[in-house]
Design a binder for this molecule. Structure first.
Ligand code: NAX
Ligand code: ADP
Ligand code: K
Length: 502
């Protein structure tokens, strides 16, 4: 897992460690790590042009000390101060190493010329102390760095990105590499901030023993463990998932959710709905066991035993849909509620009072209705809202979108690292519900089923877009020549995604 800690906890751990170390030792560790990464990124350090963007805090101090290290090894280092008060000792070290320092608040052309001509730019404007939109001249410098041809290395956090949340209000540095210290910060893993980071490199500064449990975690492939059938398995023990989706009007969602479950490793998929949806699912997925049901409180009685339910995709939001959602949530089994089921829940929050696990899979719009928040506010602060939703709704909540997050009260929030904007196409959410339902039925706890399902779903989308398994040693999404994909392509690529993690 990659771990991230809230800013307050990072600061507390730094304080505890600093109390045991000689003054300035921690900043030297950070600067040494930063300089080492920069040196690796430059084809030749001797004579390379390095520009430091230096803010008024310790983030600027790190940049100055790293610059001094690079200058001592022959780089031509120029510091651009963004504040009248920049780290004194760091400034002294840079000067002593032969670095150049532009005048305070240098004219824009001078700074622009230096940034545009640099081989490498270190962004030390703001780190974990940055709050709100970047002020001037930071904002202009951030823009110049983002547009410059040189390699941009962000110190700790790309300036303009809120370290705690990933929120970006206005200009921010677009980094090629972010060198972060001690632990990841949530804003490096969550969009929009994550998109500004480039490759994130973690430098160990010895904080580990002083850090509490993480607030946010992102899975690596080895952390994804879908249930694997053993020699004793049979179709019932592997998990039977029941899906209630689609109706007379909406049938695509039913076919896609059933497909996600069929390829999600369920021992059996039981699909139940109105006759038209049942007919189409039966044609497309002969593997599924189908039942025609009517929207009545006893609708589940004819379906047979299942270990987990999925309810909602394409169900409709009227009284009939509500009756089915109520019936499913009335069971003592794990239930995943998606799409129209969530719209029903927005007016029937009472249905969430149950003891068995409930997993909700909203996108930002659906979550807005569920917790009475503004959709844009949710998009801008996804972490806060998914946590709040899990607490208020007493459920596991998977918030879909640019970075999928899964929250459960008192547990670290799971961030899905495999997402791709290729998934932003109609019907992929239905595939996800079927897939996660299969994992729930297979016995995974709701948090693990949701996080593993999101991981496999994103990976399948990347594989589908790239036309094959990810190349070794490369992030799958980095391949060029990707094709647009449909939700159905995601289903078809699920076996390859499972193979990549099993
Ligand atoms: N505390 C420690 O022991 C360590 C801290 N380290 C570094 O110190 C950083 C934190 O340092 P600070 O707490 O001094 O904070 P920062 O340097 O991250 O930011 C504070 C400075 O940025 C300015 N600022 C904040 N928001 C701004 C905005 N929107 N526009 C323009 N200016 C803005 C503030 O006025 C202040 O000058 C970390 O990110 C890391 O880089 C590392 O050296 C490791 C050790
Ligand atoms: N910009 C994006 N980047 C990554 N994933 C995205 C993006 N936009 C949407 N997705 C993913 O695509 C899927 C869309 O689901 P959903 O909104 O329910 O659509 P639908 O109801 O059409 O199936 C979700 O898994 C979501 O996380
Ligand atoms: K920075």
């Amino acid at each position: 897992m990659r771990y991230a800690h809230e800013v307050g906890k990072v600061r507390a751990a730094e304080r505890a460690l600093m109390a045991r170390l000689p003054e300035g030792a921690l900043m030297q560790r950070a600067a040494a790590g930063l300089a080492a990464v920069c040196a690796r990124l430059l084809p030749a350090l001797y004579g390379a042009d390095v520009v430091l963007l230096v803010g008024g805090g310790d983030n600027g101090g790190d940049a100055l000390y790293a610059g001094a290290r690079l200058a001592r090894r022959g780089a031509r280092v120029t510091a651009v101060p963004a504040s009248p008060r920049i780290h004194r000792a760091g400034l002294g070290a840079l000067r002593a190493a032969g670095g150049r320092v532009l005048g305070q608040a240098p004219p824009e052309e001078e700074a622009a010329g230096a940034v545009a001509g640099a081989d490498l730019i270190i962004d030390g404007l703001t780190g974990i102390g940055g709050t709100g939109a970047l002020r001037e001249p930071h904002a202009t410098l951030a823009r110049l760095a983002s547009e410059a041809p040189g390699t941009v290395v962000a110190c700790d956090v790309p300036s303009g990105v809120d370290a705690g949340s990933g929120r970006v209000d206005g200009p921010a540095v677009r980094a090629d590499v972010t060198v972060t210290f001690g632990t990841h910060k949530p804003g490096l893993l969550i969009d929009p901030g994550a998109a500004y980071c480039g490759v994130v490199e973690l430098v160990d500064i010895g904080l580990g023993p002083d850090l509490p449990d993480p607030d946010v975690v992102a899975a690596r492939p080895e952390d994804v463990r879908p249930p694997e059938p053993g020699p004793e398995s049979d179709k019932y023990r592997r998990g039977v998932v029941g899906i209630i989706a689609g109706g007379e009007r909406f049938t695509g969602a039913a076919v896609l959710a059933a497909g996600g479950a069929v390829h999600g490793g369920a021992g059996m998929v039981r699909f139940a709905s109105a006759p038209h949806a049942v007919e189409l699912v039966r044609q497309r997925w002969p593997e599924a066991v189908t039942t025609v049901i009517e929207p009545k409180p006893d609708a589940l009685e004819r379906i047979g035993r299942v270990q987990a339910w999925v309810v909602g995709p394409g169900l409709g939001t009227d009284r009939d849909g509500e009756t089915l959602v109520e019936a499913v949530l009335g069971t003592d089994l794990p239930v995943l509620v998606d799409a129209d089921g969530l719209t029903v829940l927005a007016r029937r929050r009472d249905l969430l009072r149950r003891t068995a696990p409930t997993l909700l899979t909203p996108h930002a719009g659906e979550l807005a209705r569920l917790i009475g928040a503004d959709r844009d506010a949710i998009e801008a602060a996804r972490l806060d809202h998914v946590r709040r939703a899990a607490a208020e709704l007493s459920a596991t909540v998977l918030l879909k979108g640019s970075t999928t997050l899964v929250a459960e009260e008192d547990r670290p929030v799971r961030v899905n690292p495999t997402g791709t904007p290729r998934l932003a196409t109609a019907g992929t959410g239905d595939v996800l519900s079927g897939l996660v339902g299969a994992l729930l039925a297979g016995g995974l706890p709701a948090l693990d089923a949701a996080a593993s399902g999101a991981y496999l779903h994103g990976l399948a989308a990347r594989i589908a877009a790239a036309g094959g398994p990810p190349a070794p040693g490369r992030e799958p999404g980095e391949r060029s020549g990707e094709a647009p994909i449909s939700a159905y392509d995601v289903i078809t690529a699920l076996p390859a995604a499972f193979r990549a993690v099993w």
